[in-house]
Design a protein around this ligand. Structure first.
Ligand code: SF4
Length: 293
């Protein structure tokens, strides 16, 4: 089976390999600061669903350090400025606009990627991002995780699918590229629930630009981690997960770019599934199965 891989798509688009530099906008999340809740989503670690190394320094320094780190391991020359952790459109809108502009103005940054919640996208911010996308590509990454509101409530996501529908439509109308995140293996969801989420994403109109598929990682220090230690629940095996991922690939429009299909959670916090520890082995197995499918 051929899939539209992120790495290949970037070469097609930018003529060479590009690397993500994780950046911090210094945001929090309405699901953490008391606006909607304080505990966050049940699966989210204190780092807001992302690992970041230099959160407290100016953005230009973050970019410089990110490039420096990559230079030690790769021949990277072009980068994606990636605001990954927490809700990166939440907070002082002027300050955020300045940050995004500064990142996109870096000559070696070829795209800007902003992860956020669908209920934190004001019209002015969407219109600003749309203007920025006239300079370089701007991707908005929306954490849906599941299309099933019942599971979302159990996970304390604190927004309903309707909010996602509305944000998706507004972003696409503004001409922005949208990447949707989903999680497989959420407690209480069976195969049919997960396929329902996949079907929902694959039937979005206009077609979804990109997807990140994650295996649920149960982490220490999260509500889900505590629940699991109290009362363990079944987690997907690598084989089951791979099978579901392949079924999702079959459903998605051909044009959808697969940005990720494995997890990259913090190893030191991972409780289950233990197979996620062996990232290389997991990738080899999955790639072999995808090629055979
Ligand atoms: S919305 Fe994102 S950052 Fe906020 S608690 Fe949920 S996963 Fe974490």
């Amino acid at each position: 089976m051929r899939i539209n891989r992120f790495s290949e798509e970037m070469i097609k688009r930018f003529g060479e390999k590009v690397y993500r530099i994780p950046l911090s906008a210094g945001c929090t999340c309405p699901n953490r600061d008391g606006t909607l809740g304080t505990g966050g989503c049940a699966f989210c670690s204190g780092s807001g669903s992302g690992e970041f190394s230099f959160p407290d320094i100016p953005i230009s320094e973050q970019i410089r350090k990110g490039k420096e780190l990559l230079a030690g391991k790769t021949d990277a020359r072009r980068f994606i400025g990636y605001f990954q952790s927490y809700t990166n459109t939440y907070g002082d809108q002027n300050r955020l606009r300045q940050l995004f502009l500064e990142v996109i103005s870096d000559p070696e940054i070829c795209a800007l990627s902003i992860a956020t919640r669908p209920d934190c996208l004001e019209e002015d911010m969407i219109s600003f991002l749309s203007d920025l996308s006239g300079i370089k590509p701007v991707w908005v990454e929306l954490g849906l995780q599941t299309a099933n509101d019942e599971t979302a409530r159990a996970m304390n996501r604190c927004y309903e699918r309707e909010a996602f529908d509305s944000a998706y439509k507004r972003l696409k109308k503004a001409g922005l590229e949208v990447i949707v995140h989903i999680i497989l293996g959420l407690p209480g969801e069976d195969e049919e629930d997960m396929m329902r989420t996949a079907r929902y994403v694959s039937q979005l109109k206009p077609e979804v630009d990109g997807i990140k598929i994650h295996m649920l990682q149960i982490l220490k220090g999260t509500a889900l981690g505590e629940e699991y230690e109290r009362e363990p629940f079944r987690v997907l095996s690598l084989e089951e997960y791979t099978d579901l991922v392949i079924r999702i690939f079959r459903m998605l429009p051909e044009s959808t770019v697969i940005h990720r299909f494995t997890g990259d959670g913090p190893k030191k916090l991972l409780i289950e599934p233990k197979w996620c520890w062996e990232k290389k082995k997991v990738l080899n197995y999955m790639n072999k199965e995808i090629a055979r499918a």
